[in-house]
Each structure stands twice: as C-alpha cells, then as structure tokens.
Design a protein around this ligand. Structure first.
Ligand code: HEC
Ligand code: HEC
Ligand code: HEC
Ligand code: HEC
Length: 490
C-alpha cells in the first residue's frame, strides 16, 4: 500500500510536470510556422532545438555493459547477431533474409542506413520495406501506389528527395505541425485500429500509438508467387484494444496465402512471419499497461535541459539510461529495478531456449519424413497433417516472443504463457511425427541432430558465421539436458 501511494503521488507529480511543460511551449513554439507537409526534421528543429538535439542522439552508441540481452550497438560498436544469440532461429528461419542476417536493433537514426547495410535479401520486397522506416512512406504510397511499393528497394528510395533518403522515424511521424500534438502517419496502423474498432484515444494511449506505428507485427501481402501485393497489413482480425491475442494473430496469419511470405528450407513449408510485436505484447494486459503506463513513459522520460523539461527523444533501452524513466513512479533503487528486469528476462530466455529447440527438433523430424517420402516410404497422412498443424502453432508463437524486443519484460507472464504453449505444440508435433515414422518402419535415434553449423556459418553476402560469444545459453543450464552439445551440432 505504501508503495502504491508512492506511485499515486508520482502520478500527480507527473501531471504537474506535464502541465508545467505545456507552459514552456509558447516560448518555444511559433504556431503555424511549420508547413503541414514538412517532413525534414531539420526544419522542425529550428523551432524545437532541444527535442531535435535529443532526437539526433539516437545516432550515438549507448553505454556498454548495462543491458544484458539488448546490446544493440553500444560503445563497443559490436553489432549483435540474433541468429548467434538464439542459434535455433538460424535453422528455423533458413529459407529467406531473416535466416541470413538478423541483428539486434539500434537507434532510430539507423533505420534506413541499416537497410542499406544489411544483406540485400532482407529488403527483397522493395519499397514496401520502407513502411516502418520513412516518414514519406504514407504520401509515397498514396501518390504512387504499387509502383512505389513494388519498386526495387534502391529505386523506391531514389523516388525520395535527396535530403530525406536516410531519415528514419521523424517529427512528422509523431507530431501535427500546427500545434505539436501527437498524431500517427501510417496507413497500416489506421487500418489496424479500424479492424479492432478503436476510434478515440486518450493522451496516454497516443503516447503508446506513436510507437505502435512501427513496433507492431505486420505482414507484407503476397500473391501466389509470393510477390508483393500491397502495403503492409496487421494480422489483428478478432482483436480488440488491450486484447490482440496470439491466438487471434495465429488464426489471422493462417487464413489465406496472402499472408504466406516465405518457404522454410528445413521443412519445405510455406510460412507466415511475425516481426517486433512490442505493441501487441505490451497491451495484452501487462501489469504496466493495465496501470495506464505508456511506451513513452518508460522510453521518453522528461529530462531537464537548462530551464526546460523536455521529453527525451533519444529513444533507447531504459537500462542504458540507468532507469531514469522508472524513477518517475518507482521509489525502489536502480539496483532493485535492474535485478527485477534481469530476473524476468532470464526466466523468459530459459523458456525461449526450451521452446526454440523443441521447434527445431520437430522441424528436423519433418525433414526426415520428407527424405523418406522421396524414397517412396508411405507415411500416415492423418498423423502427418496433425503434426504439421501443431508445428505451425508452435512456430508462430516462438516467432512472436523471439521477435518481441524486451526479452519478456513488457509482459512477462504473457511471454511465458505463449512460450509454454509453443513448447507444448512442438512436443505434440514431435510425438505425432515419431509415431508416423515408427509406423512407417523407419528407425529413429533418441536424439535428433540439429546440425546447426550448416545453417549458421557462411551466411549471405557478408559470409556471416556463428559467434559463440554472443550465444544466450539457458541461464539455468537446464537446456543442456535436452540438447547436449553434440546434438546442437555447433
Ligand atoms: C516516435 C515519435 C516521436 C518522434 C519521431 C518525435 N517526437 Fe516529439 N514527442 C513525442 C512524444 C510521445 C512526446 C510527448 C508528448 C505528450 O506527452 O504530449 C513528444 C513531445 C514533444 C514536444 C513537446 C515538449 C516535450 O519535450 O515534451 C516537442 C516540442 C517535440 N516533441 C518536438 C519534436 C521534434 C522537433 C521532433 C523531430 C526532431 C520530434 N519531436 C520527434 C514523440 C515523438
Ligand atoms: C517510423 C517507425 C518507428 C517509430 C514511429 C518508432 N520506432 Fe522505434 N525503431 C524503429 C526501427 C526501424 C528501429 C530499429 C533501427 C535499426 O536497428 O536500424 C527502432 C528501434 C527502437 C529501439 C532500439 C534503440 C536502441 O538504442 O537499440 C527502441 C527502444 C525503440 N525503437 C522504441 C521506440 C519507442 C518507444 C517509440 C515511440 C516513442 C518508437 N520506437 C517509435 C522504428 C520506429
Ligand atoms: C514499464 C516500462 C516500459 C514500457 C511501458 C515499455 N517498455 Fe519497452 N522496454 C522496457 C525495458 C526495461 C526494456 C528492456 C531493455 C533491455 O533489456 O536493455 C525494453 C525494451 C524495449 C525495446 C528494445 C530495446 C533495445 O535496446 O533493443 C523496444 C524496441 C521497446 N522496448 C519498445 C517499446 C514499445 C514500443 C512500448 C509500448 C508498446 C514499450 N517499449 C513499453 C521498458 C518499457
Ligand atoms: C508511469 C508509472 C510507471 C513507470 C514509468 C514504470 N512503472 Fe513499473 N510499475 C508501475 C505500476 C503502477 C506497477 C504495478 C503496481 C505495483 O505493484 O507496484 C508497476 C510494476 C512494476 C514491476 C512489478 C510487476 C512486473 O512487471 O514484474 C516491475 C518489475 C516494474 N514495475 C519495473 C519497472 C521498470 C524497470 C520501469 C522503467 C523501465 C518501470 N517499472 C516504469 C508504474 C510504473
């Protein structure tokens, strides 16, 4: 109770801050002097130099040695390879760009720069890849339609004015120039919100939606040849505000071939894909969402700059900012908060390795089945179909939690629930496959070799290899029982 009243007092304190911050605005802001269609942050920056300066800091590397599981691009300037961190993803994503090069995120400044630097397979779809990167995406889509969306990535970029080619998330994405209130600038989000029937937003909700423009999962609609067939869309059918569940997302993604984006090499299956579902995970009844906290509360805290209170636009991990944002509400020490966050992340990670290797094992069993079918062995089709259905359920759930960028923190109990289900579905798939294989008279070893080396070494244009020092092993060591070294094949 004592802590809760502390939080309450903090909330009042924040409100006062917000009001007093509003009071600073007139001094800094000349209404109407930014054109409605102005996209260039430098122009906005002339009126709002302090926000511009902090926004520009997303370019700077962040302190090393603070975050455990989100070492984006810190002062050590190491790029962290998600496929080395989670080796099972190398096997599971093999078949397209995500299985070649898949890095931990870094600051907003690099949104488009990273697209140019990463293996070209990752921007294969073309102009549509700019949806979550450029403030021009909406106007270009409205103006040029499919010509822009399906243009080769570099051709789409060359349709931009020179100065805007490398500009990532910008002022115009989040602010209305007439009064600097919050807005969004993405057609896919407008459509997604319609799909879940949400039309009115509180200020706190807007402070979350500013981020939901990009930190959501989406699919790139495809025709039957897997060629781009439209702007990105959100698999939110059946969801509602605060309840876009994984169950509904799975159902949506498996409705038709429009949502099928790639072929998984190991199984040969046509698959959908999940990207960075921070918004969906956070808003699904997390402790903080239910307490009315927004993304900006933790990722854009107020900081004092001279006489002003300014929202910190250098959006990054709160751990790399020494929990400054948490202190608005929590009276506990940074050490306490760090321990809570790391404990949540370790537990999530442990379960993620369990579900990840179970998925990889099921995938390898499908490979064995297919190899035998090619030799003419008959396999029970009923068992096979059930195993495949169960595998899809397992894969999308693992894909969801591993693509979510907080390693569980945004909603730890939900992350565990989803991973537990992924593990159960993968186990079911394995059981059914083993039954089908045994019935077909094929002998199986007790442990299925995953041969991860073959998936992780020599990847793509940059010939990327597995980096052992980046691997996130199960913090509790339990995974070694299920997948000992020789089984992993690393
Ligand atoms: C990803 C979204 C996002 C981007 C990009 C962004 N802002 Fe903001 N900005 C916010 C949010 C959220 C707030 C808090 C607003 C609130 O609570 O009403 C804010 C607040 C502000 C304020 C009000 C005073 C303050 O500091 O709280 C100004 C002025 C401002 N931003 C200017 C800019 C400028 C200039 C740029 C570009 C250089 C920019 N913003 C880019 C999300 C963004
Ligand atoms: C227009 C799209 C867009 C918007 C809007 C946006 N982001 Fe991002 N965000 C990205 C992309 C893209 C990256 C990855 C950039 C890279 O790695 O090159 C990213 C990276 C990040 C990171 C990692 C930064 C680091 O230092 O590693 C955080 C944290 C983050 N975003 C939080 C937010 C929050 C909070 C908001 C809302 C206030 C927000 N983002 C709004 C697209 C967006
Ligand atoms: C209660 C505080 C809190 C809220 C609310 C919150 N986050 Fe986070 N977020 C964190 C913490 C803590 C991490 C873990 C950072 C780490 O491990 O270094 C994190 C991690 C992230 C990352 C990865 C950071 C990186 O460095 O790669 C992104 C992206 C992100 N959050 C976006 C969002 C978005 C979008 C929302 C709203 C939908 C949101 N967060 C809501 C606290 C919060
Ligand atoms: C705007 C207020 C606010 C901010 C900012 C905030 N929290 Fe919280 N936090 C709450 C409330 C309210 C609760 C639930 C009440 C309680 O039990 O204290 C909570 C609960 C928690 C819990 C326990 C529940 C859980 O998720 O395990 C942890 C841990 C936590 N917060 C960590 C953080 C960290 C770390 C940050 C900063 C990155 C942060 N919080 C920022 C308000 C906030």
């Amino acid at each position: 109770m004592k802590r809760y009243s502390g939080l309450l007092i903090s909330a009042i304190f924040i409100s006062i801050l917000l009001i007093s911050c509003g009071g600073d605005k007139p001094e800094m802001f000349k209404a109407g002097s930014i054109a409605e269609d102005e996209m260039d942050p430098e122009v906005w920056g002339k009126l709002f130099p302090l926000q511009y300066e902090s926004w520009s800091k997303t370019k700077d590397p962040k302190p090393t040695g603070k975050s455990m599981y989100k070492k984006g691009w810190d002062k050590d300037k190491v790029v962290y390879d998600k496929l080395s961190e989670f080796p099972f993803l190398g096997l599971l994503f093999n078949g397209w760009g995500f299985g070649i090069e898949y890095n931990e995120p870094r600051g907003h400044h690099y949104a488009i720069i990273d697209q140019l630097e990463i293996d070209p397979s990752r921007v294969g779809p073309g102009g549509v890849c700019l949806a979550c990167k450029s403030p021009l995406h909406k106007s270009m889509t409205e103006k040029h339609g499919m010509k822009y969306l399906t243009a080769k990535f570099n051709d789409a970029l060359s349709m931009f004015p020179e100065k805007m080619k490398l500009v990532g998330p910008a002022c115009a994405d989040c602010h209305k120039p007439s009064d600097m209130s919050l807005r969004t600038n993405k057609l896919h989000l407008e459509n997604g919100l319609k799909l879940i029937g949400k039309t009115e937003f509180t200020r706190q909700e807007q402070r979350t939606l500013a981020c939901a423009q990009c930190h959501i999962t989406y699919y790139v609609p495809r025709n039957t040849e897997k060629k781009v067939a439209g702007d990105v869309a959100l698999p939110w059918t059946g969801g509602s505000w605060g309840n876009i569940s994984i169950e509904n997302i799975v159902k949506d993604l498996l409705t038709d071939t429009k949502r099928i984006e790639w072929k998984q090499n190991v199984t040969g299956f046509d698959m959908p894909f999940v990207r960075h579902p921070e918004f969906e995970m956070f808003t699904k009844s997390s402790v903080h969402f239910n307490a009315g906290v927004s993304c900006a509360d933790c990722h854009m805290p107020y900081q004092r700059v001279g006489a002003y209170k300014v929202s910190n636009h250098d959006v990054t991990s709160p751990i790399k900012q020494d929990f400054a944002s948490c202190n608005q509400c929590h009276t506990e020490s940074a050490d306490w908060l760090r321990k809570q966050v790391f404990t949540i992340q370790e537990r999530t990670l442990s379960l993620m390795t369990r579900a990840g290797y179970a998925n990889a094992t099921a995938a390898k069993l499908f490979e064995i089945v297919h190899q035998n079918q090619a030799k003419g062995v008959k396999v029970d089709q009923n068992l096979y179909a059930k195993a495949k259905e169960s595998y899809m359920e397992a894969f999308i759930r693992l894909n969801f939690v591993s693509a979510e960028n907080s390693t569980g923190f945004h909603n730890s109990t939900e992350a565990s629930r989803i991973l537990g289900d992924s593990l159960a579905f993968a186990g079911k798939s394995e059981t059914l496959l083993r039954q089908a294989i045994t019935q077909a008279g094929i002998k199986l070893p007790e442990k299925i070799n995953l041969d991860l080396k073959t998936y992780l070494n020599g990847r793509g244009k940059h010939k990327l290899n597995f980096k052992a020092d980046q691997e996130f092993k199960d913090p509790y060591g339990t995974q070694d029982y299920f997948t000992p070294k020789e089984v992993k094949g690393l």
